[in-house]
Design a protein around this ligand. Structure first.
Ligand SMILES: *[C@@H]1O[C@H](CO)[C@@H](O)[C@H](O)[C@H]1NC(C)=O
Ligand SMILES: *[C@@H]1O[C@H](CO)[C@@H](O)[C@H](O)[C@H]1NC(C)=O
Ligand SMILES: *[C@@H]1O[C@H](CO)[C@@H](O)[C@H](O)[C@H]1NC(C)=O
Ligand SMILES: *[C@@H]1O[C@H](CO)[C@@H](O)[C@H](O)[C@H]1NC(C)=O
Length: 556
């Protein structure tokens, strides 16, 4: 008996030993890893957007004094910049990052886009709105190009109102964007305008949610286009469904339970959960996570950093029953970015555990990303991933790349570029978070050489079938999904216009000897479900995504 017990004990010890030996590798495989891409992007990535030419636009405010990207010649005068240059035009405040070469180049900004907003037009041009000072009513365009010579172009027309801390939503009407809110601006406007006489339209909801004593707490409202063509607007703790064509509130949703606020400067974040072809994309759920305690902004001004919020609220905005279902993240968090991964899971990354957004207002950085699986049962949805060592507080950002990594950049709670004698220095390192699904052990499941067969220019009309071809060295998994992702414009923990759709597919055939798979995929039914423009198409085989290919949805 004793001998037997000893054998058991020995076996048990061996199992423990093996388990602990394997742990680091297993851990990495399931929890992802971090990669340092550049030590110095020169410019703080307060705003970030990934273009369909696989570059990333990042820009800061122009008023932060010299950036760390000094130019040889002034952007404005063309004169040589002296070594001790104090001329603002001798520094870049915007860059373009090329994903495959890992290089950056400087871009020129004429006016200050500090705390501004943006969206993509149907041809992949970034439409960028607002900012500070002489930039506050500006409209800027950036049309990506392959030769690296393109730059920001400032529109001759301006917005009707100054919009600093406003949000944008792409509308189903081709190439029209709605810009909502701004500091002490309780209105919205269309860009381009509906007519010559069209001006800003009042939005009393913004006045009602304005918290004068709490630091406003309704800036950078969360916007999501619903499948019925109405716009979901969330500010502070409240939300409405808004018919922007008739300028009418269609629904007022219940207030989110619990104390604290979710919008800037409390700065939680929000996503529209993946839209599924199963219910014709009609069911729309939003989720809002994190934020700050009541009074956090004022308290931070006095050097007291209150604990952030731990909760998320999730609610269906379609149908007739609306109730926030609350659940807790693994920790408290604010200034968090929320990114929809090609798998349909939500990554929560960056930010802090205490304080508020704004200069020097955050404390206790959140270094651990969270993963949220919306389809799991309550209580089993969250997990924690591999932590980083780099702090990403105010003015940091994160974006999904076509290869499946998440680009993480920026962070500067100081009014200027400061690297010494401050608690949280300006952060210019560029990192990528590499999710578990890119680990080598999953390579054999990853669909490769994905191509989209269209009539030439990667454009597909709404509701049309198109063919996707890819290679897989083994049998297909039980579940193969085709997701399309609208690249967001990211700033201040918002990913404006971000959405992911799981498209329907049929006639999937794999040539067992050569491994090529052909499948017919159906484009989204209308621009109400997916506004016109470029999307990243990803084949997800048993939870392992391919590299994405760009596809463009257009009107007939
Ligand atoms: C960043 O700097 C560190 C320290 O100087 C160096 O070891 C590392 O190789 C650099 N990394 C990159 C990506 O340039
Ligand atoms: C905008 O304002 C900044 C700072 O006040 C100034 O340097 C710049 O020349 C102005 N630009 C334009 C186009 O007016
Ligand atoms: C940081 O503080 C040290 C010691 O007080 C001082 O010598 C140094 O100049 C400061 N650095 C900056 C950038 O202000
Ligand atoms: C997939 O593409 C890569 C690189 O473009 C190529 O080397 C490889 O041979 C392709 N695989 C197949 C099965 O054709």
């Amino acid at each position: 008996m004793a001998a037997r017990n000893q054998v058991y004990l020995l076996i048990e010890l061996m199992i423990i030993a093996i388990a602990s030996l394997e742990k680091p590798a297993l851990c990495r495989a399931r929890k992802g890893r971090w990669q340092l891409l550049l030590n110095n992007t020169g410019v703080v990535a307060m705003h970030m957007a990934v273009t369909h030419l696989n570059t990333v636009i990042m820009f800061d405010q122009t008023g932060a004094g010299p950036s760390s990207y000094r130019l040889r010649r002034s952007f404005t005068s063309g004169r040589r910049c002296a070594d001790d240059s104090s001329d603002e035009s001798c520094y870049a405040h915007s860059i373009e990052y090329d994903i495959s070469s890992n290089y950056i180049r400087a871009m020129r900004l004429e006016t200050d886009p500090w705390c501004s907003s943006g969206s993509f037009l149907s041809d992949g041009t970034i439409l960028q709105t607002g900012g500070y000072g002489n930039g506050s009513r500006r409209i800027r365009y950036f049309r990506p190009c392959r030769d690296g010579w393109c730059d920001w172009v400032q529109s001759k027309t301006s917005m009707s109102s100054r919009r600093w801390y406003a949000s944008n939503q792409n509308l189903p009407e081709n190439d029209r964007v709605l810009v909502v809110g701004g500091r002490r601006v309780f209105s919205y406007e269309f860009v381009p305008k509906l007519s010559l006489l069209d001006e800003s339209h009042d939005l009393p909801f913004l006045r009602q949610t304005y918290d004068g004593n709490g630091g406003e707490n309704n800036l950078y409202p969360f916007l999501h286009l619903s499948s019925d063509g109405n716009l979901f607007i969330f500010a502070n703790r409240d939300s409405i469904l808004f018919d922007y064509r008739r300028h009418k509130v269609v629904k007022t949703f219940p207030r989110m339970p619990g104390k604290g606020s979710r919008s800037y400067p409390s700065s939680g974040s929000s996503v529209i959960l993946p839209l599924e072809h199963g219910h014709q994309f009609r069911k729309v759920e939003v989720m809002v996570c994190g934020g700050a305690a009541p009074g956090a902004h004022r308290a931070a001004g006095r050097g007291k950093f209150l604990k952030g919020l731990k909760s998320c609220g999730r609610m269906e905005i379609t149908g007739n029953k609306h109730q926030w279902k609350m659940e807790n993240m693994p920790g408290r968090r604010l200034m968090n970015d929320m990114i929809i991964l090609p798998t349909g899971h939500i990554l929560i990354i960056n930010g802090a555990r205490r304080g508020s957004a704004g200069w020097n207002n955050g404390a206790d950085p959140s270094l651990v990303p969270y993963l949220y699986k919306p389809e799991k049962t309550l209580g089993r949805r969250f997990s924690t991933l591999t932590s980083t060592e780099i702090v990403r507080l105010y003015h940091s950002s994160a974006s999904l790349l076509p290869d499946g990594r998440i680009l993480v950049a920026g962070g500067n709670p100081n009014q200027q570029y400061m690297f010494e004698n401050v608690t949280y220095p300006t952060e210019l390192r560029l990192q990528a978070f590499i999710p578990h699904y890119m680990d080598r052990r999953y390579h054999k499941y990853r669909p490769e050489n994905v191509t989209i067969e269209t009539r030439g220019d990667l454009s597909v009309k709404y509701g049309e079938d198109f063919t996707v071809r890819f290679w897989l060295g083994r049998k297909l998994s039980k579940v193969v999904e085709f997701s399309v992702y609208a690249p967001p414009f990211t700033t201040h923990s918002l990913s404006m216009n971000q959405r992911l759709l799981k498209l329907s597919s049929k006639n999937m055939v794999r040539d067992a000897t050569k491994g090529w798979v052909h499948v017919t995929v159906e484009a989204p039914p209308s621009p109400y479900i997916a506004p016109s423009g470029y999307y990243m198409l990803t084949v997800v085989n048993g939870g392992i995504p391919s590299t994405s290919q760009w596809i463009r949805f257009i009107r007939a």
